[in-house]
Write a protein that binds this ligand. Sequence first.
Ligand code: GRF
Length: 196
Amino acid sequence: MASGRGSNFQAIIESVNRGEAPDVEIAQLVVNKSNAHAIKIAEKYNIKCSYIGSSEISRENFDKKVIEIMEESKVEIIVLAGFMRILSPLFIKKYKNRILNIHPSLLPSFPGASAHKDALRYGAKISGCTVHLVDENVDSGPIIMQASVEIVENETEESLSEKILFHEHKLLPKALQLICSNKVSLQGRQVTINPD
Ligand code: GRF
């Protein structure tokens, strides 16, 4: 699921195409913005894409429509790849521990929509990205993987975002492959990656 640029979506596609994620099969993309560039990426790679406008519809009704689409496409795992809308408890419950999100900070620091700006304002010396399972709260579910980057002098939101994005594109497909190959186990909020 995506709302914008779709670079993480593209990173997953490319990783699958390179044979690095043999247990991942991309069933379909769902977008909530008609101008999302992710739609163009889906077209380019011939991936089914559904648009559901989210501005004039309740959260629950939006989520019900998404569930219909996911069921029709037999989706087992959902990836929020820059999907900028909070999902309802109904949706989270239905796909419990089967929704992945990528967030551009080292959670639990700097959750929310302005992670880069918040890290810079705070004066953090390190930031990074986090792939986590989605629970009922924002950016708070069990952490699967993280990568860190250094924040240097004169760092800007753009330069920080670019550095972090490089790691996002590696981490998200890797975490997805681990989930799809049943290598991730969960006890409370402790995630263990099982070896081969
Ligand atoms: C990424 O920085 C991701 O961490 C955040 O939203 C951004 C999406 O970028 N959740 P893209 O649409 O994948 O290019």
